[in-house]
Design a protein around this ligand. Structure first.
Ligand SMILES: Nc1ncnc2c1ncn2[C@@H]1O[C@H](COP(=O)(O)OP(=O)(O)OP(=O)(O)O)[C@@H](O)[C@H]1O
Ligand SMILES: [Mg+2]
Length: 267
């Protein structure tokens, strides 16, 4: 094992509760090294899923949080100046391709399109990465796989991925899990009992129905985990819900009242 990758190995099995056949599908996709796109709203388990799959497949995971200021060099690498002269430093994508990691580009639409196109030659059957500044063509390691995440709700037409990018990926849809499964997750992650977890999920379901009717996004599984952790620390349930479920998602006084009322129904 290349020790440059040691820090990217996932040492402890991440807890991931499957909600359908996503683990089998991902394994099949990995077996043919198909690039994958994970689609779904914020806080529904995409990152946890890749961590779990990387662990299960025994592959290191290199994650890059994408943003609009990111350049192709941030992914691919650049020359650095040091006292000895100039030295090339691989970016995270190059490192993953060279050494055979799973490379997870989180929120890839945030990156500009001229940045996104550097992944093209890696995601077709060439599986190469040209380092133009260095004059090197990196042939991807057989274990290398590219995974991107994508929140379909947030895209403006300007910011969407190009079809030529999208069509290079297989895609898995993620969403908030069904009631029972979500309660199981919240209980497992926070230590609250089934009854409390169940109530938290019910509150979230109410809020999710308000999406598009005054709320941009529903209460995510992540937020329920926050709520559960505070409750488990002894914070009074209503106060915990206000801090973690209601206040973060809206500033609108009427919407806050509606959500507070939903909380009061259950706690
Ligand atoms: N299926 C699941 N199994 C286990 N935990 C889950 C699952 N779904 C959600 N969670 C919990 O929800 C939290 C948020 O999930 P995660 O960070 O994977 O969201 P995400 O989809 O990557 O969100 P974002 O788009 O904002 O990055 C996790 O830390 C975990 O506690
Ligand atoms: Mg994530």
């Amino acid at each position: 094992m290349n020790d440059q990758l040691t820090e990217y190995r996932i040492k402890k099995a991440p807890y991931y509760r499957a909600t359908g056949d996503e683990t089998e599908l991902y394994e099949a996709a990995y077996s043919v090294r198909m690039p994958m796109m994970l689609k779904g709203p914020t806080g529904c388990g995409k990152t946890r899923f890749v961590e779990y799959m990387a662990y299960k497949l025994g592959k290191p995971l290199i994650t890059v949080a994408c943003n609009e200021d990111m350049t192709a060099s941030d992914l691919v690498g650049r020359f650095l100046l040091d006292p000895q002269g100039t030295r090339w430093q691989d970016g995270p994508l190059t490192l993953a391709a060279r050494l055979g990691a799973i490379c997870y580009l989180d929120e890839v639409v945030e990156a500009r399109q001229d940045t996104t196109v550097v992944i093209h030659p890696l995601t077709d059957n060439r599986r190469v990465l040209p380092l133009e500044k260095k004059g090197e063509l990196v042939q991807a390691h057989p274990d290398f796989q590219l995974v991107i995440s994508y929140n379909p709700g947030y895209q403006s037409l300007m910011k969407d991925l190009k079809q030529s990018t999208k069509q290079r990926f297989g895609a898995l849809d993620f969403n908030y899990p069904d009631h029972e499964i979500e309660a199981e997750i919240v209980s497992h992650e926070t230590g609250v009992n089934k009854e409390v977890a169940d109530k938290l999920v019910s509150i979230a379901e109410r809020a999710r129905n308000l999406k598009g009717h005054g709320l941009d996004e529903g209460i995510s599984t992540r937020m329920l985990v926050y709520a559960g952790s505070l409750i488990n620390k002894g914070v009074e349930a209503k106060a915990a819900c206000r801090v973690t479920l209601v206040r973060p998602i809206t500033d609108d006084p009427d919407m806050r009242d509606a959500l507070d009322a939903a909380v009061t129904t259950y706690f």
